[in-house]
Ligand binder design. Structure first.
Ligand SMILES: NC(=O)c1ccc[n+]([C@@H]2O[C@H](COP(=O)([O-])OP(=O)(O)OC[C@H]3O[C@@H](n4cnc5c(N)ncnc54)[C@H](OP(=O)(O)O)[C@@H]3O)[C@@H](O)[C@H]2O)c1
Length: 247
């Protein structure tokens, strides 16, 4: 495995934690970043109870944009370089509340789109100089088409997806892989308030898909893969019909 030094932002997320466990099993050193020290320590404890590997923790509220670069530099220093960066943080705010409040819209966009773009850009500029590396980002199927029930979250993820298309095109000339991960619905704290259906996946299964996608250097990954078909259908519903649906 050529990915021995990995930085994960949003590392305490239910999905990213599963990816961290799989890399730790292979002996990778991890730089784990998230907003809450206690939850980061819990992830660290969980990993170290199973595998003997190097883990460094760093607390970051991604809304503190001026701290992105220092955190990134600390990660490079702590692990003596980076091979891969996984960006996984996110929030799913209540759509109806958020659409009524400009401050909340800006906040959701800053967390789910702008901060992802700035962190991915730092990683890209670093890997471009090295002429190697991998950037994996968790976007969402929600970014494939705006729907009334979650178009603020969805359009932030759509922005990330389009940004990554361009970044992938740029990085392909520098031997750097850029992976867009689009999970469908996953049973995590983020979706705890939603009624569950058979379409919900387990974080462990999504973590495995992301881990494998990183090893095989995929471009765009739907997780699980059947979401590619579901979203193909959703994207191809004519707009004059789609706009009348309540979804
Ligand atoms: N669950 C789904 O159905 C689903 C579907 C598609 C895509 N995704 C994406 O998958 C990724 C992982 O989400 P998840 O489902 O595993 O949910 P999760 O367990 O709630 O993870 C989200 C993580 O982001 C952190 N975070 C939130 N605001 C932050 C901030 N301002 N600065 C730094 N970290 C912050 C959260 O910390 P706190 O909890 O401490 O606030 C949490 O650790 C997200 O990008 C999400 O959008 C999820």
């Amino acid at each position: 495995m050529d990915m021995k030094k990995i930085m994960i932002v949003g590392a305490a997320s239910a999905i990213a934690k599963e990816v961290a466990i799989l890399f730790a099993k292979e002996g990778a050193s991890l730089y784990l970043v998230d907003i809450n020290q206690g939850r980061l320590e819990a992830v660290e404890g969980d990993i170290l109870a199973r595998y003997d590997t190097k883990i460094k923790l760093d607390v970051l509220n991604v809304l503190d944009f001026e701290r992105h670069e220092p955190v990134f530099k600390r990660a490079i220093e702590a692990l003596n370089g980076l091979d891969a960066v996984l960006i996984a943080h996110g929030t799913l705010a209540n759509q109806e509340e958020t659409q009524q409040d400009i401050e909340k819209i800006i906040r959701e966009f800053n967390i789910n789109c702008v901060s992802v773009i700035t962190l991915a850009s730092l990683a890209a500029n670093y890997f471009e100089k090295k002429k190697e590396g991998l950037i994996a980002v968790i976007s969402s199927v929600a970014g494939d088409r705006g729907r009334m029930s979650n178009y603020i979250y969805g359009s932030a993820k759509g922005g990330v997806t389009t940004f990554l298309q361009g970044l992938r095109n740029r990085m392909a000339h520098s031997n750097v892989t850029v992976i867009t991960i689009k999970p469908g619905m996953v049973d995590t704290p983020m979706t705890a308030h939603l009624p569950k259906s058979p379409l919900f996946s387990k974080p462990k299964d999504i973590g495995k898909i992301i881990y494998k996608a990183m090893l095989s250097k995929k471009d765009v990954v739907y997780a699980p893969g059947y979401w590619r078909l579901i979203m193909w259908v959703v994207v191809h519903i004519p707009e004059f019909i789609f706009k009348k649906l309540k979804m």
